[in-house]
Design a protein around this ligand. Structure first.
Ligand code: ADP
Ligand code: MG
Length: 265
């Protein structure tokens, strides 16, 4: 079974408003795809919908991963299949170190028992430590980072690093990363870019959702898709990011007869 993520004619609404209106895209391990769109175009709605967030209603369409209907699965089952969805654990947890959190998460995702996670056996501490140290070395992270409480007082960039470390430890087949539009300074963007690059390989596919052409200067996706009015209106290669950087979204909106991206705030 191929580890392809297939999104087919997906429709998602939020509070009765249709936001994603027939989105189709596939990502295979080894491929790096970027989905770009202006603010309010529905990028985060897509990410939350894929995650199974209860406020985002899947009205129709399919999401298949590894031949399985993802939309029928609980978030932890999605993770066990090898799908990594960033922001799955966005919460601040004072009292739980990043290392302990990662040990629980990795143990849960690797465990073969299927009945809940409360009684999951933790992977042995020595083994876990060794693995954690290797991954942190690979990502150029300082040991002390893992001793900090999860997301407690983390800067935007540190939250990103914690997320990337989680990605490295979980070793998913496909990672969906929503790079939110705020809170990342240039250094953080560079760090995310370089860390993602160091993890990309034939075993990992990345679907990165962003409005930053700058981030893509580091990541260099093979496939670039432009989201407008809830659909992918253009797909191409790297050159699309350059066109966006130079001309913005207006010429593309005009070409596709999209007057204005509606903001419902
Ligand atoms: P992007 O991530 O591309 O900036 P979003 O997916 O956050 O766009 O938002 C797309 C549209 O959906 C916006 O009009 C936004 O106001 C609306 N929206 C998103 N999430 C919610 C929500 N939880 N409640 C109400 N409206 C929402
Ligand atoms: Mg967003």
């Amino acid at each position: 079974m191929s580890n392809e993520l297939i999104i087919k004619d997906l429709h998602i609404s939020v509070q009765g408003n249709q936001i994603i209106k027939g989105l189709t895209v596939s990502v295979k391990p080894g491929e790096v795809h970027a989905l770009m769109g202006p603010n309010g175009s529905g990028k985060s709605t897509l990410a939350y919908g894929l995650m199974g967030h209860p406020s985002y209603d899947i009205d129709s369409g399919e999401v298949i991963f590894n031949g399985v209907d993802v939309l029928e699965l609980e978030p932890n089952e999605r993770a066990k299949l090898g799908l990594f969805l960033a922001f799955q654990y966005p919460t601040v947890i004072p009292g739980v170190s990043l290392a302990n959190f990662l040990r629980s998460a990795v143990s849960a995702v690797r465990s073969t028992d299927t009945n809940g996670s409360d009684d999951t056996e933790l992977i042995p501490m020595r083994e876990f430590r060794k693995e954690l140290r290797e991954k942190m070395d690979q990502l150029g992270m300082d040991d002390s980072f893992a001793r900090r409480y999860l997301n407690d007082g983390f800067s935007g960039g540190e939250k990103k690093r914690a997320e990337i470390l989680q990605l490295a430890m979980l070793e998913p087949k496909i990672a969906v990363l929503d790079e939110t539009d705020s809170g990342l300074d240039i250094d953080a963007v560079r760090i995310v870019g370089e860390s993602v690059n160091s993890l990309v390989g034939p075993e990992l596919g990345v679907f990165i959702i962003t409005h930053y052409p700058r981030l893509l200067d580091y990541i260099r996706p093979q496939f670039v898709h432009i989201l407008l009015d809830g659909r992918i209106v253009e797909s191409g290669g790297w050159e699309l990011t350059q066109i966006l950087e130079e001309e913005g979204y207006d010429p593309i909106k005009e070409k596709h007869g999209i007057a204005e991206v509606v903001q419902q705030n």
